[in-house]
Design a protein around this ligand. Structure first.
Ligand SMILES: Nc1nc2c(ncn2[C@@H]2O[C@H](COP(=O)(O)OP(=O)(O)OP(=O)(O)O)[C@@H](O)[C@H]2O)c(=O)[nH]1
Length: 405
């Protein structure tokens, strides 16, 4: 028998014995979880699931206990608004997870835990299958990303999907401006009630920006969006971060070669599950075909990311719409193949783990660099390493020793 809390109400769980009802089960706060006739292993499975659930509930309880009534009401409002698919609540919830204010970060954590618990329950009801499709989209500037998202997004909403577009913009970390996710880039889609477009925060490190993107994905999913598109410019590190937070990574390339594609790294092509050559219309059809053939051959030589899916190269035009419906069919095929093989679930699990360690690394490094006994030593040590007075290993040891002491 054990106690736990659901939404603040204390409950007692009593495993019902074959011999009859436990007397405590008659009390109003008791929850009898084993219907008579349940097979033993089913009960064990149920109790294993419950134990996991209890962990989440316990964490939630620990966290909510520290909130004032006003804060509780605020989190409740966002949570219920989110589940009722109110866009204003989704926007406010994402702003909350983007906040760097310590108290707000606390509220964001509570909200995320609740959304996560709800999400997990929904997935359990769906036989453990993901209810959403997370797609990463990258390409060099001018590849035709926003024109594509506008066309593709409209097509999806017309087919009954709810789409959210989140942008990870590496330029925002240095320039303070956000190139992507700008609503003027996708005018029609931004007016569509079944689409939600959100630019990335305009400050912070890439790690910080991508952390909030990860959390925004969860919130969008909680808000009932079944397709989450994460867009980034493929010229930095952000595309690797995005590739590591999605089910499928799509690379958009313009029908141009050589110099125009120089910024695209080989590594990112290896990450692609699908390459789409854009602007395949008019005079550009011929170069688009050539680039398609080149990439089809190149992909054969690259290391494959999946054991069950061979990356494909398609040609599309967001002007004429040619190839876009077929591209979506290919994306659905990918999703089915990956789901059936179990790779999709494994990919998501790995991403969670990688993400946790990325955050730990980033936080520890930040803590190290700003530590009072280290801060001033760092430039001195760097200079000594540069002048050859100290080896990198020795400098690192000295700094670490100062940090530990
Ligand atoms: N012919 C043709 N031109 C296109 C197509 N898609 C986009 N373009 C043009 O290509 C240019 C760049 O398109 P965008 O959609 O803004 O490209 P982007 O990748 O979002 O660019 P950034 O915002 O700079 O990252 C625009 O002038 C578009 O009109 C297409 O399918 N066919």
């Amino acid at each position: 028998m054990c106690d736990f809390h659901i939404e603040g109400v204390r409950k007692t769980i009593i495993p019902q014995k074959q011999s009859g009802r436990h007397p405590v089960s008659q009390t109003p706060n008791a929850l009898l979880l084993k219907p008579s006739g349940y097979h033993c292993t089913k009960w064990m499975l149920l109790s294993a699931g419950l134990r996991r659930g209890l962990c989440v509930q316990a964490t939630l309880k620990d966290q909510t206990e520290g909130l004032s009534d006003k804060e509780q009401r605020f989190v409740d409002k966002l949570y219920t608004g989110l589940l009722r698919q109110q866009r204003a609540c989704l926007a406010e919830a994402i702003t909350l997870v983007e906040s760097t204010h310590e108290r707000k970060k606390e509220l964001a954590r509570v909200l995320l835990q609740r959304v996560l618990a709800h999400h997990r329950e929904q997935e359990r009801l769906n036989q453990g299958k993901p209810l959403t499709f997370r797609v990463g989209l990258s390409g060099p500037p001018g590849a035709g990303k926003s024109t594509f998202i506008e066309y593709f997004g409209k097509m999806l909403t017309e087919r009954g999907h709810r789409l959210s577009v989140l942008a990870v913009d590496p330029s925002s970390c240095t320039s303070g401006g956000s190139l992507l996710g700008d609503k003027t880039r996708m005018i029609e889609l931004s007016r569509d009630m079944n689409a939600y477009i959100r630019p990335s925060p305009t400050s912070g490190t890439l790690g910080g920006v991508t952390r909030t993107t990860n959390e925004a994905i969860l919130l969008c999913e909680g808000g009932g969006y079944d397709i989450i598109l994460i867009e980034t410019v493929g010229v930095g590190q952000s595309e690797f971060a995005v590739a590591n937070m999605v089910d499928m990574f799509v690379l958009l390339l313009p029908p141009a070669g050589g110099d125009e594609l120089q910024g695209i790294k080989r590594g990112i092509i290896e990450m692609a599950d699908l390459v789409a050559i854009t602007k395949s219309d008019g005079d550009l059809v011929v170069p688009a075909r050539r680039i398609q053939a080149e990439y089809t051959s190149a992909l054969k030589l690259l290391r494959r990311r999946s054991g069950v899916w061979k990356p494909k190269v398609v040609r599309i035009s967001s002007r004429s719409g040619e190839g876009i419906s077929e591209m979506w069919d290919t994306m659905r095929e990918f999703q089915q193949v990956m789901l059936a093989s179990g790779e999709l679930a494994t990919r998501r699990q790995k991403q969670q783990k990688v993400w946790m360690w990325n955050l730990i690394q980033e936080n520890i490094l930040e803590h190290f660099k700003s530590h009072p006994s280290i801060r001033e030593q760092i430039p001195l040590m760097e200079n000594k390493v540069l002048s050859g007075a100290l080896s990198p290993g020795l400098a690192a040891d000295m700094l670490l020793k100062a940090f530990k002491s």
